[in-house]
Design a protein around this ligand. Structure first.
Ligand SMILES: C[S@@+](CC[C@H](N)C(=O)[O-])C[C@H]1O[C@@H](n2cnc3c(N)ncnc32)[C@H](O)[C@@H]1O
Length: 290
């Protein structure tokens, strides 16, 4: 957003590390603007901003949120994240008109039911593994009736990059990879198929649209609206035995995790074979004998 300060690389997307190259400020600005436009293009044609409340869930330092500074003259815009550094930068530099708050890794947020007319989340549900159903229900609780959740996910176009294999919707449901990876290195990778989103998220939300993100390295996009009543977490996660793709996808995820664990074991063997490691191991043995 021209005229607004830009964060230093360490807080540009919330988690900028040697493993997550952040690119240039120009790229940061350009992608934020594109994501702003993605949100705007998902809104109904008669949409007006007056009096609306919007949440950027997992905003980081506000890469997308900063592009809503003009709309914030009419509407209230919040960003939240588990990363205190990004939120501190957002509040120090973009507030007002944009407001940030830190949230816990587990729901809920402190906001009352039906607080938001739009919640958007870019590259957030693509990393939330075990807590996905809790956060899905929290999005449901936070949205007003008829409001919209706009969220990106890792789908067709990310298969080669994330899983190192061609896309096959029959063997991807919600397949979680790199579950051990901490947030400093991008967190777990969660791949989703449109059929699985319809099957599980569809129990709590009407599906407005799902774009599978077919182009290489492009994320999928789902636009959802809350159903009048919410299921429980167990109901959201329940695996329907009548849907054969569920078991196929779960079995494939087991194979993927086995491949990952084999690769990790090979990396560990390579580390154990290095001279510094062998010297340190010998020193530890000598110390233990004393
Ligand atoms: C890849 S970054 C994307 C940041 C931002 N949405 C963007 O597009 O620039 C993912 C962000 O999600 C945040 N995050 C992960 N889990 C979260 C959670 N449970 N609640 C809020 N934010 C979360 C991370 O801290 C990180 O800032």
């Amino acid at each position: 957003m021209p005229g607004l300060p830009l964060p230093r690389s360490s807080s540009r997307i919330g988690w900028a590390t040697p493993w997550v190259p952040t690119g240039s400020f120009d790229q940061y600005e350009a992608l934020g603007r594109i994501l702003h436009d993605v949100v705007v293009n998902c809104l109904p044609h008669d949409w007006t901003w007056t009096g609306k409340r919007v949440l950027d869930f997992g905003s980081g330092a506000g890469r997308t949120l900063r592009h809503f500074a003009a709309e914030a003259a009419e509407a209230e815009f919040h960003g939240c994240d588990i990363d205190p550094e990004g939120i501190a930068w957002l509040n120090a530099n973009l507030n007002p008109p944009l407001q940030g708050f830190v949230n816990d890794e587990k729901p809920p947020l402190a906001q009352p039911d039906g607080s938001y007319d739009v919640i958007y989340a870019f590259s957030v549900f693509s990393h939330i593994a075990g807590e996905w159903s809790g956060w899905a229900l929290e999005m449901h609780r936070l949205l007003a009736p008829g409001a919209l959740l706009i969220a990106s996910f890792l789908g067709v176009g990310m298969s080669e990059t994330i899983a190192g294999e061609p896309w096959d919707a029959n063997r991807i449901g919600m397949n979680v990879l790199k579950v051990h990876q901490d947030w400093a290195r991008g967190g777990p990778s969660v791949m989703l198929s449109p059929w699985w989103i319809a099957e599980h998220w569809g129990r709590a939300f009407e599906l407005v649209s799902i774009d599978p993100g077919s182009l290489p390295n492009v994320h999928g996009m789902m636009v959802l609206s809350p159903k009048p009543s919410a299921p429980s977490r167990a109901e959201l996660e329940w695996v329907d035995p009548a849907e054969p793709r569920e078991v196929v996808a779960l079995r494939h995820n087991v194979r993927q995790l086995q491949r990952e664990s084999q690769a990790t074991a090979a990396e560990l063997d390579a580390i154990h074979a290095t001279v510094p490691w062998r010297v340190a191991a010998k020193a530890r043995r000598l110390i233990a004998r004393r």
